[in-house]
Design a protein around this ligand. Structure first.
Ligand code: GLY
Ligand code: MN
Length: 446
């Protein structure tokens, strides 16, 4: 027994590997915390890590904002950022603290070794100026508010966090405050920061794009055949992502053949593909927490029918029209009104509505319902208040589609774009087939 505890001690004093994700240098996360602090105007932000998933078979994924600010990939942690407040009744200077839960050696038998505030070198490993035990968080916040009651109205947390609500309630109770202060939504401050990607983030997105493109190519070349199931295609693509260092799909893969190609977020993937079907494959992966989002539409037998090709070309033309119209700092994305001439949605819609017809001779605009694109980053749908004006450093999708249930024909073409420092649009998926001829060439092994 004594030997057991000794052995446990030896294991438990070593610094465990933090995680298997590619992390950016500590300075990148620190810069984001400082940038957030500048928006707090003397306030205090407390963010909590994501909780463990409820179902055992679901892998852990860190809260996106928490990861953006820390690169920390463990549950049970919290981050406090104290903004500069030189004029406060008790003046405060910038301070950042990572709170870690106390290690539980029994749980670690199931989860693997964790770090806590007592782990040697934990401050260096975390890259945060101060690391404390989670048990200190309520007392630290209470002390701060007690020293400056105005702070109660300048607290920032994630809006849906039960831990944050409990912390604020506890602070109010401890201070004997009748009214529990309503914290502000910290994600409104992280959103504009997250929209502008730094170089390290762009490198990670390029890695998720590379693995996602490879999987799309493997899909076209090897896996799309009559009598194959949609799910087998999703599985084969998942294997490619994981072989290439990605941890998971960045959303449930959409592999829709025939009528399923017209269902925007179809994910049952349980149909067997038939000769002559169209197949819409909206599937991509996440590399070290950064998403890609790619859709290609292909003919199951490797040859588009004339009608499939006609609709494909309308969608491709709409995407190209939006690309051609793009002007950094002026163009917007995801404008559902489709009236503003600066909106790329308007450009794509006008193209679709003036090219091609349905079987009743009607224009095709009615068959495209969703927005033209969205911001992309740590989340496949990164936060944005739409329509967003597109600026250098932003990454977003352009994904027009036409979905005609009567013809069992849905086509979406989706690529991810970066606005370069010079304002030029960079297609991150340029290496993947775009045109109908290019798709057929890969499918036919040319
Ligand atoms: N790729 C799924 C979506 O953008 O909604
Ligand atoms: Mn998308």
């Amino acid at each position: 027994m004594r030997f057991f505890f000794l052995a446990l001690l030896v294991v438990s004093t070593a610094v465990p590997p933090l995680h298997a994700l590619d992390k950016q240098p500590a300075g990148a996360y620190h810069a984001r915390r400082v940038a957030l602090a500048a928006e707090l105007h003397g306030g205090v932000a407390v963010l909590f890590a994501a909780e463990e998933p409820v179902l055992d078979f679901m892998p852990y994924r860190q809260d996106s904002n928490f990861y953006y600010l820390t690169g920390w990939n463990e549950p049970g942690a919290a981050l406090m950022i104290v903004g500069d407040a030189p004029q406060a009744s008790t003046p405060r200077a910038y301070r950042e603290i990572l709170y870690l839960p106390v290690r539980n050696l029994r749980t670690e038998k199931y989860t693997g070794v964790k770090m806590d505030a007592a782990t040697p070198d934990v401050t260096e490993a975390s890259g945060v100026d101060h690391v404390e035990s989670m048990t200190e968080l309520p007392a630290d916040l209470t002390r701060l508010v007690a020293s400056d009651h105005a702070l109660a109205t300048n607290l920032w947390t994630q809006p849906d966090s039960t831990a944050a609500a409990a912390l604020i309630n506890f602070t109010a109770t401890t201070l004997g405050t009748n009214e529990v202060p309503q914290p502000h939504d910290v994600t409104t401050l992280t959103m504009p920061l997250r929209q502008l990607k730094d170089e390290g983030e762009i490198e990670l997105i390029k890695k998720s794009s590379a693995a996602s493109m490879l999987a799309q190519r493997v899909m076209m070349k090897w896996w799309v055949k009559a009598s194959m199931t949609e799910r087998a295609v999703a599985g084969a693509m998942t294997a490619v992502w994981m072989e290439n260092g990605c941890e998971r799909p960045s959303y449930a893969p959409i592999v829709g053949s025939g009528i399923n190609s017209t269902i925007l977020h179809y994910s049952a993937n349980d149909r067997t593909m038939q000769d002559g079907d169209i197949l819409l494959v909206d599937a991509a992966c996440e590399y070290s927490m950064y998403a890609a989002d790619i859709t290609r539409t292909v003919p199951v037998n490797g040859h588009f029918t004339p009608r499939q090709r006609e609709i494909f070309n309308v969608v491709l033309g709409a995407q190209q029209a939006a690309i051609n119209a793009f002007v950094a700092g002026k163009s917007t994305i995801n404008d559902r009104d489709r009236h503003d001439p600066n909106s790329l949605d308007t450009v794509a819609y006008n193209y679709i509505n003036t090219h091609g017809k349905d079987l009743h001779g009607q224009p095709l605009g009615q068959y495209w319902l969703h927005g033209l694109g969205h911001m992309m980053g740590i989340d496949v749908h990164d936060p944005g208040v739409y329509p967003v004006v597109l600026k250098p450093g932003m990454v977003f999708t352009i994904e027009p589609g036409v979905y005609i249930p009567d013809e069992k024909l849905g086509v979406r073409i989706e690529c991810d774009f970066l606005v370069g420092p010079d304002g030029k649009l960079i297609d991150l998926d340029a290496a993947l087939p775009h045109t109908a001829d290019e798709v057929e060439a890969v499918m036919q092994g040319k």
